[in-house]
Design a protein around this ligand. Sequence first.
Ligand SMILES: Nc1nc2c(ncn2[C@@H]2O[C@H](COP(=O)(O)OP(=O)(O)OP(=O)(O)O)[C@@H](O)[C@H]2O)c(=O)[nH]1
Ligand SMILES: [Mg+2]
Ligand SMILES: [Zn+2]
Length: 281
Amino acid sequence: MNGLVLKKQADTFFVETENGKVLGTTSRKTLKKDGVFVGDRVTLDAAGAISKIDKRKNLLIRPPLANLDKMLIVVAPVPKPDLYTVDKLLLFCAVSGIQPVLCINKCDLDEKYCKDIQLIYQKFVKTIIFSTREQSVMKILEEIDGICALAGQSAVGKSSIINSILGRDVAKVDTFSKKIERGKQTTRTVELYKLAEGKYLADTAGFSKLDERLLRLNEQELKSYYPDFLPFAGGCKYTSCQHLTAKDCAVCKAVEEGKISKQRYSNYLKLHEVLKNIPKF
Ligand SMILES: Nc1nc2c(ncn2[C@@H]2O[C@H](COP(=O)(O)OP(=O)(O)OP(=O)(O)O)[C@@H](O)[C@H]2O)c(=O)[nH]1
Ligand SMILES: [Mg+2]
Ligand SMILES: [Zn+2]
């Protein structure tokens, strides 16, 4: 029998089987316990234990999740958006071949602010605005296909998205914290929720650290992952231009003229500096 691993708790794996039932099971001794991940498509033996893991499309270590098709990057007016994290996540998606969607939540608080964020990103990434307190949260469901994961700062409303779509409280939400500006990291593990047939969404504790794959990136390659820079890059005097100084650089000029977001550009410089200073081996 085939199945999909939805959750791991101590030594138990919760697997959705072909007939839609969820089984709590273990893995056969021949498979290492830490070798089975949420998102794995597996075969169960006659006793119901995991005996084989299908070849993976991809595997993330932090959070531990296999076969990711899409990443939903969540931001909101509160807590104050950290767009450097958003840009790192977009870079991570580009480098890993994962499709990103920018999900701007809590539009009930400040719709204008949400639209301002949308303006920065909508030219090069699919962007939706909604609130988990309104019917508009269902826009998320349209974006989900296969295995998707929620990413973003603590307290932006990732777990609330799952609860609102399912219409019941399955994912833990922080309802008492007054410290919403910082978030309390209420969600600490990865769990895949089935929202509809073929639509799975993982609640995660976020993807805040720079992934190893990003750390291996050469700073000179960085510019090729900025789809908003590309239309202007042809105008730079040198093809090797890394868009660091205004002299002879068409990307810098576009930033000056407001055609590229200043924030995106300053985050690019920040990441460029980080990557440049990491010893490569
Ligand atoms: N006003 C408003 N508040 C919301 C909305 N969605 C979520 N919240 C609130 O935001 C707070 C944080 O929500 P969570 O769903 O726990 O956020 P999270 O992203 O899962 O946070 P972590 O698990 O800590 O990463 C809660 O108090 C929610 O009630 C929304 O659309 N509008
Ligand atoms: Mg959460
Ligand atoms: Zn340039």
